[in-house]
Ligand binder design. Structure first.
Ligand SMILES: [Zn+2]
Ligand SMILES: [Zn+2]
Length: 324
């Protein structure tokens, strides 16, 4: 089968005729219908993660299963060893011995893909497989981050939520906040184009950095830089919650005097299997808007380069049947 394979970090992906995947016991092989390209694929290609090479990248995968029909793949595979507290509690995304697709096991930059457990396949129903693919990582990550804030938002009379960063994840995040809470949603982003996009997607207010006004019950930081974490600290209310998702690597001091009294600060990582199923159900009930650009397998390297340059507003989605 055709596949784009990472053979050596820092080098272009190789277009190869890869061996056909074999269904493991209890698992399945699916025909890949679409695979989103995520920023962490760029990190993997650059050699930032300890992954065994060669590997087929791609963890935002929708596909066709012979019995289940069109499915979305839950890709944060854990170790699934009995006694692992993360896997036993259904939180495989924080399993310390993760085996996630597209990093430790072959992913979706290919015509077909093996999935170790049929429980990782969420039926898509009528959802478009190309638009659904980015839900598996970008969508799910934003969904879980927003999920952490809902109880706090529901506990006050006039909740306000601040979304920092209106890229792909932030755009999902603001839509989830509008659908799942009564909060006034304010979005902050340096790009005027992204602020306009945020308003089109339902944000109540969109402002540039430095123009954020007042206090917020919840802050979700989709950037995670020093400056954005400082914005979160400056604008989260007492007893509010600040969730950081962005992997920019920023930090802020923590302790009395450094953060508002009883405000909670937490990181949020990807999402659970149950949350992916909830998200697919939500996407079936509400039309989620996401911008995608569909490409063939032969254009993957070019797409990586364009993503690296940061000049992309939407999400690339590979259709492996294109250009075959
Ligand atoms: Zn991802
Ligand atoms: Zn585990």
């Amino acid at each position: 089968m055709r596949a784009a394979v990472l053979t050596s970090p820092g080098h272009p992906l190789a277009q190869v005729d890869a061996p056909e995947p074999v269904a493991p016991e209890g698992g399945a092989v699916i025909d890949v219908l679409a695979c989103g390209i995520c920023h962490s694929d760029l990190h993997a290609a650059a050699g930032d993660y300890t992954t065994k090479l060669p590997v087929i990248l791609g963890h935002e995968v929708s596909g066709r299963h012979e019995r289940l029909g069109n499915v979305l793949v839950y890709a944060c595979w854990g170790c699934r060893q009995p006694g692992c507290w993360a896997c036993d509690s259904g939180q495989e995304m924080i399993c310390p011995n993760a085996t996630e697709a597209g990093l430790f096991k072959d992913g979706g930059y290919a015509e077909r893909m093996a999935v170790p457990d049929e429980g990782y396949l969420v039926p898509l129903g009528d959802l478009d497989p190309a638009h659904a693919a980015p839900l598996a990582c970008g969508g799910l990550t934003a969904y879980r981050a927003v999920d952490h804030t809902l109880a706090t938002l529901a506990s006050v009379a006039r909740p306000r939520a601040l979304v920092i960063g209106a890229g792909g994840l932030g755009q999902f995040g603001l839509q989830f906040l509008k659908i799942r809470s009564d909060a006034e949603v304010v979005v902050v982003d340096a790009s005027a184009e992204k602020r306009e996009q945020a308003l089109r997607l339902g944000a109540d207010v969109a402002v540039a950095p430095g123009e954020v006004d007042g206090l917020f019950t919840a802050v979700v930081d989709f950037v995670g830089a020093d400056a954005t974490l400082q914005t979160a600290r400056d604008h989260v209310a007492r007893q509010g919650i600040a969730v950081v998702v962005g992997l920019y690597g920023g930090t802020i001091p923590f302790g009395f005097g450094a953060v508002p009294h009883e405000a909670r600060f937490m990181t949020s990582v990807w999402g659970t299997r149950n949350q992916l199923a909830e998200l697919v159900a939500l996407a079936q009930q509400h039309e989620l808007h996401s911008e995608i650009e569909v490409i063939g397998l032969s254009q993957v390297q070019e797409a990586h380069a364009r993503l690296e340059s940061g000049q992309v507003t939407g999400r690339f989605v590979i259709d492996p049947t294109l250009g075959a």
